[in-house]
Design a protein. Sequence first.
Length: 331
Amino acid sequence: MAFRLKLVPDNTRINFFRWQGLTFGISAVAMLASVIIILINGFNFGIDFRGGTTIRTESPTAFEVSDYRQAMDELGLGDVSITEVFDPTFGAEKHVAQIRIGTTNETGSVTPEELNRIEAALKTVDPQVSFAAVESVGPKVSGELIKTAVYAVGAATLGILFYIWLRFEWQFALGGVFALIHDVLLTLGIFSLFQIKFDLSTIAALLTILGYSINDTVVVFDRLRENLIKFKTMPLIDVMNLTVNETLSRTIMTAVTTALALTAMLVLGGDVIRGFVFAMLWGVFVGCYSTIYVAKNIVLWLGVKRDWSKPDKTAAAEKSDLAGTPFQDMP
């Protein structure tokens, strides 16, 4: 006998709108709190946005990143990131590392004296190490990267707004975009509150969150439009409850499977991708919440047209399609 895992029972009748004022109020307060936290704390910008130096090292012998990191920690340089570079073209005698050092001085790069200290420290753990390349990112370039990152997130949001407007109605577009703003603000607020390193990988995570969240929202909206055509005499709030219950299994299963993969990456992936994975993991749960409790509330308050060209069903026919228990008073 085949065994099938079910995270959500069949034919649920949960009343997601019973506490709509409370859930939407929590979201509004969380968004406002995120803005305040960002204004007070700012962000812990990484090298990409603050400026710094990247050193590419080469060695004919294998090395341990932890040994490099321990040697660098003793120099007190601050924000240091070390990764081993893997390339199939490298032979057995070529071992490469990339060291990124954040700086706070006006030049945005480490001084020659600091480079000498770094090389001497690394030679204590790997006498054959050499510097193949040294590159610096100044404050001007890092400032342009911040501006470009803002433009990227803004352009993605406007593109999504335009797509949903064409695909559905303007009410759906506003609901979807408000949910996206909710997700991005809460993610930025978490990064500011805990001072998690904010770099270009975090921007990539934000853009991925936008895509993940709107994908889930569009699935619900598409089923909602089908149900609005099917049940024209049913109150809009009941049609929305029915829609979320019908898509709940898909929403939960997608979120859980994605979260499992991200959790493994968060635990085993190392420090280099931890910020990216944390943003993604947080975005999965926030996006799932906003799809259910934020986007639909906006559409419910704005209202939608229900005069599509398919013939109306009678109230009796609609009741027969919804045979079962009524919506339960659960949040």
